[in-house]
Design a protein around this ligand. Structure first.
Ligand code: SAM
Length: 405
């Protein structure tokens, strides 16, 4: 049987030189053969020249996710094993760079590790996977078997309940894929700090692994601050207290957590306690950050460090303008609430708001706040979230550490 083939429009074939892994329906001239969703297809130009090979899904606007640009490369079991091995071995080297080898990190970062649609995270003895595309969903048993062979985890749990699956014609799925069921909370070690992770109900696969190096930066910053024990820190959008534990470990006097989720705050409290720090009720504020910061401003409260790590504000192009308004608002409030010499650690995880736009928004917020500030560090996700140079969308997390005057 000839390989099903997708013929690319003449005016789009040139773009393939950029090696972006997504092929949108608008680029397709015709489909030869009848590929089932998830099947491997070849991509060719109208003269029959090979362009790439990937998996097909007629439900998605992204009809093909490219897996290889090499005509001689078959997408067989050996190919999948090889890609997983590549990502996992790279992570082993990157982990060795940390002050203490973490036992929770991203093992496979989807498109950025050349396996579009597959996220694999390790949490101590367990592995959590997300199948974000139909092509991966169809192969997840095979992938789980390979991961069991390669990593020997106690169990592999699936958290395929991300919204993007809808675009692939998939419904949310969660459940055990292999091995033993994980406990309700898994304890992980991140740079010597301990955290309980709820892989069943937590955000993403349970923990914001992407902020690992930034949490460490905050902790180190405080550790070398001779006045750390006088500092009051506001951890806005605190989730399960990641930044808070590092700040307390860095000798901060007080860390106030603000989150709209009672479950996240309860876990934050447990994580702070797990690391041996007190958990006064008033340091765990259930509320909307936009409102709480306005209240603090009305009360004339001031802080030494403010962390802003909000959820994704823009899911599509139409939401970008509203998202930038949201970022500007919270950053303006934070600038107003910081003492002179205070630090702002501010993030955006909206892929559609790129680093330049984010910096412009923070600049606008600074002007509105009538403060002065300098960028001390530009921040990104950690080394376990590599970004493929051919996939700029992979650089979704960007942040700025600013000193504010
Ligand atoms: C990106 S996560 C923060 C991750 C955290 N910094 C960490 O390192 O684990 C965003 C958090 O914001 C919370 N959230 C979303 N909207 C909020 C709002 N308007 N006010 C307060 N919290 C909000 C969510 O419950 C979630 O815990």
């Amino acid at each position: 049987m000839p390989e099903p083939t997708v013929i690319i429009r003449s005016d789009r074939a040139r773009v393939f030189g950029n090696r972006h892994p997504w092929v949108f329906s608008g680029a397709i001239h015709e489909v030869q053969g009848s590929p089932a969703d998830g099947d491997i297809v070849a991509l060719r130009d109208r003269d029959g020249n090979f362009l790439a090979r990937g998996y097909w899904n007629h439900h998605s606007q992204i009809n093909v996710h490219v897996l290889t640009w090499d005509e001689d490369q078959a997408i067989d079991d050996a190919w999948w094993r090889n890609q997983l091995t590549r990502a996992i071995s790279a992570r082993a080297v990157e982990n060795a760079l940390h002050e203490r080898t973490p036992n929770a990190y991203r093992l496979v970062n989807a498109e950025n590790d050349n396996i579009p649609g597959l996220v694999v995270d390790r949490y101590a003895d367990f592995v959590v996977i997300q199948a974000l595309t139909l092509g991966i969903d169809r192969r997840k048993q095979m992938l789980a078997k390979l991961l069991m062979e390669m990593l020997s985890p106690t169990g592999i749990y699936e958290r395929s309940d991300a919204d993007v699956r809808v675009k692939e014609g998939l419904t949310p799925v969660t459940g055990l894929l292999a091995g033993r069921k994980p406990p309700p909370l898994i304890e992980i070690d991140e740079n010597g700090r301990r955290f309980l992770v709820d892989i069943y109900n937590g955000h993403k696969t349970g923990f914001y692994l992407d902020q690992r190096s930034n949490r460490a930066t905050l902790g180190n910053w405080l550790r070398f601050d001779p006045e750390a024990d006088t500092r009051t820190i506001l951890n806005c959008f605190s989730y399960s207290g990641g930044f808070s534990v590092y700040a307390l470990d860095g000798m901060a006097k007080r860390v106030i957590n603000i989150d709209a989720s009672a479950d996240a705050l309860a876990l934050a409290k447990r994580n702070v306690a797990l690391n041996g720090f007190p958990t006064p009720e008033e340091d765990f504020v259930l509320g909307d950050v936009f409102d709480v910061l306005r209240k603090y401003r009305a009360e004339n409260q001031r802080f030494d460090v403010i962390i802003l790590d909000p959820p994704k504000f823009a899911n599509n192009q139409k939401q970008v303008e509203g998202a930038t308004r949201g970022y500007k608002d919270i950053n303006m409030l934070a600038f107003q609430l910081l003492k002179p010499g205070g630090m702002l650690m501010t993030y955006s995880c909206s892929g559609l708001v790129d680093a330049d736009l984010f910096q412009k928004v923070v600049f606008g917020a600074l002007l509105d706040a009538r403060r002065d500030a300098q960028i001390v560090m530009k921040l990104t996700a950690g080394t376990d979230h590599p970004v493929s140079l051919t996939f700029p969308e992979g650089a979704y997390l960007k942040g700025l550490l600013c000193r504010v005057w």
